[in-house]
Structures are given as structure tokens and as C-alpha cells.
Design a protein around this ligand. Structure first.
Ligand code: FES
Length: 139
């Protein structure tokens, strides 16, 4: 895929995801047709970028960093507390479609770990109890 086509794809994909919250199969087919690419190529390109989802996500996307600095500051304890509270494993969405939980690589705040993001909001130096408290306020 040419760089210009990739740029067009990314722009259109952002618009689609803003509309649906993810990129549905029918939209992938349309992207493939518009860009004269196979569906597999479009899927592959979208999956390369972690900000795109090809399945419906929860209302809130919870991201917990487990890269080395956060890990050294016990991010695993935060993750365990969140998993227990939400009854989810990493990569899963709750049945009520409220939460999607992801374990991610460095979020760029390594000196303030452990770090958790709720959608676009960053929470630093988070404890397991504080993480659960934040999630308990989301509806
Ligand atoms: S290691 Fe977690 S934010 Fe960088």
C-alpha cells in the first residue's frame, strides 16, 4: 500500500471509528473497494495501529501499562485488582459492554508508574485500590 493510500486509510478509519466506536466489517469492505485493496490488506493495516478496533469495544477502554518501569512499580498488582473487579482478562470486553480491558506497552510516563488510562485520561502512580475506585465511578 502506497503511503498516500495509507494516509487516506487512516483518515477514513478515524472517521468511521468516531461514528461506530469500531470499524465494522461492511466499512472494511468499502475501504477495500475505495482503495482498490483486498480486505485482508485493510485488516492488516488497521491491526498494525493499536488505536483501531475491528470489534465493538466497551464504553470505556481501560489500558494498563506493563512495560518495564511500570512493571517494576507493581503494575501487575494494579492489573490483578482491575481484572478481579471487572471480572475480565486483558483483551476482553464486559458482557454489559461497559469496559474493555487492555494491557499495553509504555504510555510515555515511565517515571510516574504504574500508569492506567481510562479512554484518554491518564492516571499515574496508581495503586490497586485507587484503580478500582476510579472504575467504580464509571457507569
Ligand atoms: S513503562 Fe509504563 S508508562 Fe512507560
Amino acid at each position: 500500500m502506497q503511503k498516500e493510500d495509507t494516509d487516506i486509510l487512516l483518515e477514513m478509519a478515524h472517521d468511521i471509528q468516531d461514528t461506530y466506536g469500531y470499524i465494522p466489517e461492511k466499512e472494511i469492505a468499502e475501504l477495500a473497494e475505495k482503495l482498490s485493496e483486498s480486505r485482508a490488506t485493510i485488516y492488516g493495516a488497521l491491526e498494525f495501529y493499536s488505536m483501531f478496533y475491528t470489534e465493538p469495544t466497551g464504553k470505556y477502554i481501560i489500558r494498563i501499562c506493563d512495560s518495564i518501569s511500570c512493571y517494576m512499580n507493581n503494575s501487575n498488582e494494579v492489573l490483578e485488582a482491575v481484572q478481579d473487579y471487572l471480572k475480565l482478562e486483558a483483551g476482553e470486553t464486559s458482557d454489559d459492554k461497559l469496559f474493555t480491558l487492555e494491557v499495553v506497552e509504555c504510555l510515555g510516563h515511565c517515571g510516574e508508574g504504574p500508569v492506567m488510562m481510562v479512554d484518554d485520561r491518564l492516571h499515574t502512580q496508581i495503586s490497586p485500590g485507587r484503580a478500582v475506585e476510579i472504575l467504580s465511578k464509571l457507569h
